[in-house]
Design a protein around this ligand. Structure first.
Ligand code: ADP
Length: 253
């Protein structure tokens, strides 16, 4: 066997082990998070009932405490849901198909319709390619990036989505005219739960970009941001042009 082949086969077995470990961790997270949902829902429900039925009997301090409990349980519910989305992103049944990314963007725009309308956002999209991929993953990736571009903006959002072929990869760019990100935070924001502002200023759980990173890693791509504070950000990600399913459970439809 020549060296190249040895290297390739040991790399792929390392990756298989890593994949299995990640899968176990995802399964564990998914189970824990799933089990947390029921008690959380009941906490939220009984807090609401307490507020509705005993409001008149509580003094100002009691009402304030109730408000804090209700606020925290709702926040906890969002975190738990997002953690579940993270553990499920890019895993599970891998159904690959030829996806027209222009259509994906139209679907994402429909999902984000109310945020687009309320911010009077302009979204321009250059002609995008068709790629073989799991449609759910690419939808989620664009959705998270566009949602952030709409959210982290202090004027009417102008978002531009484009692509170019670079060697053996597609380079996608989602550019905005938002608040920007200081250089020292530009890699940290892809970490799970990492946020730069309190949730009462910009709502969220700090999971969106961690999900994007997870999806992109699964497709052997990279994701990063270039940004100037006060001017805007460009989220770049790459996907191999000749992408093909690696996992034995993947199916092409
Ligand atoms: P969330 O949106 O729930 O806060 P994300 O993981 O999507 O979480 O983003 C992490 C952080 O990165 C955000 O809280 C924000 O501070 C920063 N960020 C993400 N996208 C943008 C953007 N387009 N412009 C400015 N800051 C951004």
């Amino acid at each position: 066997m020549d060296d190249d082949k040895v290297l390739t086969s040991s790399n792929s077995s390392d990756e298989a082990v890593k994949d299995r470990e990640n899968q176990k961790l995802d399964d564990f997270t998914s189970t824990v998070v799933h089990d947390l949902q029921a008690p959380l829902r009941s906490l939220t429900m009984f807090t609401e009932l307490l507020a509705q039925e005993y409001q008149d009997e509580l003094d100002e301090k009691g009402l304030l405490y109730l408000d804090r409990i209700s606020h925290s349980s709702l926040r906890m519910q969002t975190l738990v849901e997002d953690l579940l989305a993270f553990s499920r992103a890019g895993v599970g049944e891998q159904t690959w198909m030829k996806v027209d990314l222009n259509q994906t963007i139209e679907l994402v725009k429909a999902d984000l319709q109310s945020a687009i309308a309320s911010t009077a956002a302009q979204i321009t999209v250059n002609e995008l390619p068709q790629i073989l991929i799991n449609p759910k993953d690419i939808h989620q990736l664009f959705q998270n990036l566009i949602e952030n571009a709409l959210k982290f903006c202090d004027r009417s959002p102008e978002i531009s989505i484009s692509v170019m072929a670079q060697g053996e990869e597609w380079l996608f760019m989602v550019e905005d005219n938002g608040i920007g990100i200081a250089p020292e935070f530009q890699s940290e924001i892809f970490e799970i739960f990492k946020r730069l502002y309190p949730a009462d200023i910009y709502p969220g759980s700090g999971m969106g970009l961690a999900i994007c990173q997870k999806i992109i890693t699964r497709y052997d791509g990279t994701i990063w941001v270039e940004s100037v504070v006060g001017k805007g950000s460009t989220f770049n990600f790459t996907i191999p042009i000749n992408l093909c399913p690696q996992s034995p459970t993947a199916k092409i439809v």
